[in-house]
Design a protein around this ligand. Structure first.
Ligand code: GDP
Ligand code: GDP
Length: 456
């Protein structure tokens, strides 16, 4: 959003769009080679999901924002999962299970030409058990002669098979209409009360073994736990309401924490999927980091996911009970070096095992949520910007000196600012503006987004 013309409509869109509203989640599941990725690209209307892939590299991105007939939803593509996983049947079922759990509705893709296989049948059983809405895509129906193959899939007992050609687009409109009617308007959890007295929604995230389930148990064990039954799943609670510090909090997507999927291959990928799903439904992310081990690339990736999702962030350094002096020294340096992107996040040093300092979690979460919801009145913002520009003008570039003319905070949760400038503002200057904004107005625990509109 760097160099754009001055456009009040866009600002209006910013003001109403928010950009980070939770979206319902559609998981696309099925055997390898049935055409899931092709179909996801078809849904997205672009080639993004597949083409970026390098062979043998697990995809980083697991979900994509889609839009059909003006309704937005999130598509979780499981097409990249198969690559390294041994034992296709077992892995398809496991993938499906994880994906189904994270989704509000499932698009089950079957190769109509091949017909239903035993693996497909195994997925059908999982789908039934989940009770989630399912749309059945009978793919590779490239022409009218394939319709009979599609009809044969009625016997899967999942209702109407939608004949589609992911490759050519045939039937995809009807399929997407069916997907929209299967998806709830909003995610399955009630967001109506968001920010208006309903319990705040927390995602506990972090790579496997950092202590998420230990922390959840410790927090739940010491207080009243109410299982949230609104999700209506047949087995584990999706969310749990836990009373902490005199308030009720909703821990989202806890089924994924409590039911640990034991996997060797692809474990990172499942973790990413769960993280994306939990973030989608949360307001604040508590990112657990294991201090007994060096910071891993996966840790920073998870932190980035929370920031990119626009959630409030708290860093919980867990296993503090086993931190030794040497490690402690390196830890501080790692934080400086690898976690600069969230230097604004409140930090708690805890032990899920002993309960050490867990009582500090709630104040940290409250601080982060407060920052996340801060709104700076336009008058105050422009007073601040005026002083900033006078004291620290943008460096002169090519004989020109771009100036910030004025600004407005377009939205909260997280705070997003639109600055109007007389020329392009370079990255260093923008970072400086962000730093000064934080110094002036707080914003602890929240990413902030600054976009610049150039006024010709
Ligand atoms: P995934 O493993 O389920 O994600 O499957 P892909 O999307 O990678 O597709 C597997 C293969 O099937 C590719 O060669 C696709 O080009 C092909 N394919 C996908 N959809 C269709 C379709 O609708 N018709 C035909 N004929 N081929 C398709
Ligand atoms: P998850 O995969 O993130 O849910 O992690 P778990 O809660 O299953 O914890 C992984 C391992 O770390 C288990 O053996 C826990 O007992 C251990 N663990 C979790 N929290 C702590 C802690 O605060 N201190 C110590 N020493 N071990 C912990």
């Amino acid at each position: 959003a760097a160099q754009e013309g001055f456009d009040t409509d866009e600002v209006a869109a910013d003001l109403t769009g928010g950009g980070h509203a939770p979206l319902p989640v559609l998981a696309v599941v099925g055997r390898p080679n049935v055409g899931k990725s092709t179909l996801v690209n078809r849904i997205l209307g672009r080639r993004e999901a597949v083409v970026e892939d390098r062979p043998g590299v697990t995809r980083d991105r697991v979900s994509y924002e889609a839009d059909w007939n003006g309704r937005r939803f999130r598509v979780v593509d499981t097409g990249g999962w198969e690559q390294d996983v041994l034992g296709i049947d077992a892995s398809v079922a496991q993938q499906a299970e994880v994906a189904i759990e994270a989704a509000d509705a499932v698009l089950f893709v079957v190769d109509a030409v091949v017909g239903a296989t035993d693996t497909d049948q195994a997925v059908v059983r999982l789908l039934r058990k989940s009770g989630k809405p399912v749309v059945l895509a009978a793919n590779k129906v490239d022409g009218p002669s394939g319709e009979a193959d599609a009809a044969a899939l009625w016997n899967l007992g999942l209702g109407e098979p939608y004949p589609v050609s992911a490759l050519h687009g045939r039937g995809s409109g009807d399929l997407l209409d069916a997907v929209l009617s299967a998806l709830p308007e909003a995610p399955q959890l009630d967001f109506a009360g968001a920010g208006q007295g309903g319990p705040r929604r927390i995602a506990l995230i972090g790579r496997p073994n950092v202590g998420k389930s230990s922390m959840l148990n410790k927090l739940a064990g010491e207080t009243r736990v109410v299982v949230d039954s609104t999700a209506g799943t047949t087995r584990d609670p999706v969310d749990e309401l836990i009373e902490l510090g005199g308030k009720t909090w909703k821990f989202v997507d806890t089924a994924g924490i409590r039911r640990r999927v034991h996997l060797t291959e692809g474990a990172d990928y499942y973790a990413s999927l769960r993280t994306a799903a939990a973030l989608e439904k949360a307001e604040v992310a508590v990112v657990l980091i294991d201090v007994s081990e060096p910071l891993a690339e996966q840790d920073t990736r998870i932190v980035s996911m929370a920031v990119e999702a626009g959630r409030a962030v708290v860093l919980a350094y867990n296993k503090w009970d086993v931190l030794d002096e040497e490690r402690r020294f390196y830890l501080e340096r790692e934080i400086e070096k690898d976690l600069v992107q969230v230097r604004w996040a409140p930090r708690v040093n805890v032990s899920a095992r002993t309960g050490r300092h867990l009582e500090k979690l709630v104040p940290a979460i409250e601080t982060a949520l407060e920052g996340w919801e801060t709104r700076v009145p336009t008058g105050r913002l422009n007073g601040f910007l005026g002083e900033l520009v006078a004291a620290h003008p943008h460096p002169i570039r090519g004989g020109k000196q771009p100036r910030i003319l004025f600004g407005t905070q377009a939205s909260t949760r997280p705070p997003r600012f639109v600055l109007f400038a007389s020329g392009f503002l370079e990255a260093g200057y923008r970072r400086f503006v962000e730093r000064r904004l934080r110094e002036e107005f707080g914003f602890a625990g929240t990413p902030i987004d600054i976009s610049v509109r150039v006024r010709e």
